[in-house]
Design a protein around this ligand. Structure first.
Ligand code: DX5
Ligand code: ZN
Length: 218
């Protein structure tokens, strides 16, 4: 099953609940929150208060992507009832195992994210402790960037590692997803597709979503 997770970073913040309702009607299955602190990434987006403002207002589970330093102190605030996944960057977590267990203890499924130049072996010991591996296909910090083509091979290799080790984490691709590259990404083995600008900037997000699901064969 392929999952569409629109990133609200690309939404019209002046009408967040309306934007979320649009993509929910369009068939999205997750809502991706790109949390940025201006330290781990050169941009600041929003904090838990924005996410909480949507809690209980949508049927979409929350997929939280923490692009922050010192993630441990924020995890409890993002672990609300609607939160399905909380992903942290392996590059920003010196005590990654402890952080993943903290996420789990707060009732969310832990995920680990990798920047485009971080080798897959960086999560060799962690991939057995996560429900999600987030493969960044752009450099984190901003929406609207171009998909890094080498990401396809990374997704293929990760999917092979998952199979060889008998693991069942989901593979999430994050950044620069379009209707044009979605089929190749699906073929490579991705399960969850984060899309920001392509879906929220589309003239008709519902039509875009229909095109997406057709493109990935669902
Ligand atoms: C970038 C974020 C991505 C990004 C996706 O740091 O993690 O989720 O917002 O947006 P698009 O689809 O516009 O690349
Ligand atoms: Zn993201």
């Amino acid at each position: 099953m392929k999952i569409l997770a629109p990133s609200i970073l690309a939404a019209d913040f002046s009408d967040l609940s309306g934007e979320v309702a649009k993509i929910e009607r369009a068939g999205a299955q997750l809502l991706h929150f790109d949390v940025m602190d201006g330290h781990f990434v050169p941009n600041i987006s929003f904090g838990p208060a924005v996410m909480r403002s949507l809690s209980g207002r949508t049927g979409l589970p929350f997929d939280v992507h923490l692009m922050v330093e010192g993630a441990d102190r924020y995890i409890p605030e993002f672990a609300v009832e609607d939160t399905a996944f909380i992903s942290v960057h392996c590059e920003a977590c010196p005590h990654l195992h402890r952080t993943l267990e903290l996420i789990r203890s707060k009732g969310a499924n832990p995920g680990v994210a990798l920047n485009p130049a971080t080798p897959l072996c960086a999560i060799d010991e962690a991939m057995g402790h996560v429900g999600l591996v987030l493969v960044m296909s752009v450099d984190p910090g901003f929406g609207g960037q171009a998909f890094i083509p080498g990401s396809l091979d990374r997704i293929r290799r990760l999917a092979r590692m998952r199979q060889e080790r008998g693991l069942s984490f989901l593979i999430e691709v994050d950044g620069g997803v379009t209707l044009e590259n979605a089929p190749d990404i699906a073929e490579a083995g991705a399960d969850i597709f984060v899309a920001g600008s392509s879906v929220f900037k589309a003239a008709d997000p519902a039509e875009w979503a229909r095109g997406f699901f057709a493109a990935v064969g669902q």
